[in-house]
Write a protein that binds this ligand. Structure first.
Ligand code: IMP
Ligand code: MG
Length: 179
């Protein structure tokens, strides 16, 4: 099949995302109330828009750090082998940490990242994912906060790409291939 022609069907509007992000930020602020500085670890590159919107609604001082893992490359197939391409810069021992991911799909990425970060002995560590595809899960892991549960469709927008395109779409849409 030729994968160069596709259309994007809107799945979640920019307005719905903004409303959900506000709610998530309230819940996260409530949970971490009183922390002196929350370390927010965004997983590059898909979470960059989400982390920007979410952190601006958080009520406490935050430190922002990033980690990058190996991705799907230019295909829509999940690779089971997760490699750390870029590690966080800061220390998290004894600190409160929020890991921010764009999509939990098979769960391998998050599972790997969480294992590594936990071994550094943070105080509390929680996970917030914008999207969750529970039907695709291969390892037993779930986020503590989820923006939206979605069906098994390949999505783009709001930071999320297909072959490095469409990250700058304001909404989230499903990719549909055409002739
Ligand atoms: P997992 O390791 O299978 O859970 O994959 C998680 C990563 O795969 C996410 O961080 C995304 O970068 C990527 N991914 C999963 N589903 C999609 C999708 O529908 N569109 C774009 N990227 C996706
Ligand atoms: Mg990712």
């Amino acid at each position: 099949m030729d994968h160069s022609n596709y259309v994007i069907d809107e799945m979640i509007s920019a307005k719905s995302i903004a409303a959900r992000v506000e709610t998530l930020a309230k819940e996260i602020s409530e949970y971490f109330k009183g922390t002196d500085k929350l370390v927010v670890v965004g997983l590059l590159r898909g979470s960059f828009v989400f982390i920007a919107d979410l952190t601006r609604e958080l009520d406490m001082p935050v430190e922002i750090d990033f980690m990058e893992t190996s991705s799907y490359g230019n295909s829509t197939e999940s690779s089971r082998e997760v490699r750390i391409l870029k590690d966080i810069r800061g220390e998290i021992e004894g600190r409160d940490v929020l890991v921010v991911e764009d999509i939990v799909d098979t769960g391998h990425t998050l599972n790997h990242v969480v294992k590594i970060l936990k071994s550094r002995n943070p105080a509390r560590m929680k996970i917030c994912a914008l999207l969750d595809k529970p039907s695709r899960r291969e390892v037993d892991i779930s986020a503590d906060w989820i923006g939206f549960e979605i069906p098994d469709k390949f999505v783009v927008g709001y930071g999320i790409d297909y072959a490095q395109r469409n990250r700058n779409l304001g909404h989230i849409g499903a990719v549909r291939f055409i002739e």
